[in-house]
Ligand binder design. Sequence first.
Ligand code: HEC
Ligand code: HEC
Length: 398
Amino acid sequence: MLSKRILICAIVLLLAVVGTAAAVELTPKEMLGKNLFFDENLSEPKGQDCAVCHGSEAGWTGTDSNINAHGSVYEGAVQGRFGNRKPPSSAYATSSPIFHFEKGKGGFFIGGNFWDGRATGEKLGNPAADQAQGPFLNPLEQNNPDASAVVQKVCSSNYVDLFKQVWGDNACDNVSEAYDNIALSIAAYEASSEVNQFSSKYDYFLTGRAELTKQEKEGLLLFKGKAKCDKCHPSDGERSLFTDFTYDNLGTPRNPENPFYNMAEFNPLGAAFVDTGLGGFLSTQSDFLQLQKENYGKFKVPTLRNVDKRPTPDFIKAYSHNGYFKSLKEIVHFYNTRDVLPVCGFEGSREGVNCWPLPELALNMNTKELGNLGLTDEEEDDIVAFLKTLSDGFIPPE
Ligand code: HEC
Ligand code: HEC
């Protein structure tokens, strides 16, 4: 009896030690970035930090199950104002190269942050830093009037000393420099080992410290083989990011519950709004105008790390740029049967079961690598089981 109790104590103690060892040390700059990421004062009105739309418990995406289950788009700091896209994971985004056109083989775009790459990285040398300057001033997100308002808040925060320790005693004097430094600090936190943990079951499997189940292994084989997922979400090698940072149109249907359709002030097209993705961004770039049409409807390949990470088993997550898909099974079924099942709207049609809606934008849809994979129901389940091994925070067996 006594020895059992000692054993339990020893185990508890061991877990505590392991727990401490797992906690990462952040550099001062990363720590500063963390303060900024979680600062609810940096919105107008205050109350909205980055983590509302990028919570670690939900794999660094939207933290409200009910929103994910419907429109999937988050309300900004101002009530009633919504953006038009689902928050992607803010983790594992820092490795995206600077947005550019890759010549050869017809040529294609690669890199940048956001679903359409418009945070190119050209300004601060890092897409994630360019990205971090967006939400603070976006009227549909944190809604600050200008950079100076954000700098003022940071310079009167309780972490201003850290800000000066990292960026110098005069860190608050020049607004534009300070605003750049705020963004660079956030990007540093996003690149830290607290955010980009590489601590999933799959990572432990790759280094021989955990076993995958038979089903997970089958899923991995299909992922790299018959299902072709690997072609855009590369999985090979330690620290693979499950994205090649390129752009594609999957033919994702529109999400009719997207609140942006009813945002007359910011969306004059109303229900006729179509998200043109990368092509839309290129239409604003004089260098790339001629390439816009062939890139309409394309979105950046997202990482699949933490794709199943959720705070509770019944928490709903949304997938793709508009959150049309509500489960991993659904999106895998779509990859498998998009071009096999008829278009919905007939008697007895059941969306996602025996039919699919039309794509939001049919132009440039990829028909080579997806749409008719010939997977069985069981094989779809195997792939889902594998995707579930990509959640960070796995505790390996002793
Ligand atoms: C109201 C919700 C909301 C808030 C608040 C918010 N974001 Fe986002 N975030 C989004 C959405 C939506 C997108 C995608 C937008 C797009 O593609 O046009 C996004 C995209 C991103 C990306 C790009 C990831 C990638 O792979 O391209 C990063 C990184 C990110 N956000 C970090 C942040 C940071 C840092 C903050 C705080 C300064 C923040 N977000 C605040 C909703 C939000
Ligand atoms: C041709 C490239 C390509 C292939 C092949 C591909 N994907 Fe994707 N994947 C994408 C793109 C692009 C998106 C974003 C689409 C959008 O937003 O409309 C995406 C989105 C996803 C998402 C949603 C992630 C999120 O955070 O919203 C999941 C899950 C996913 N893919 C899994 C898979 C699986 C599993 C396979 C294999 C069955 C696969 N993908 C094959 C390009 C690809």
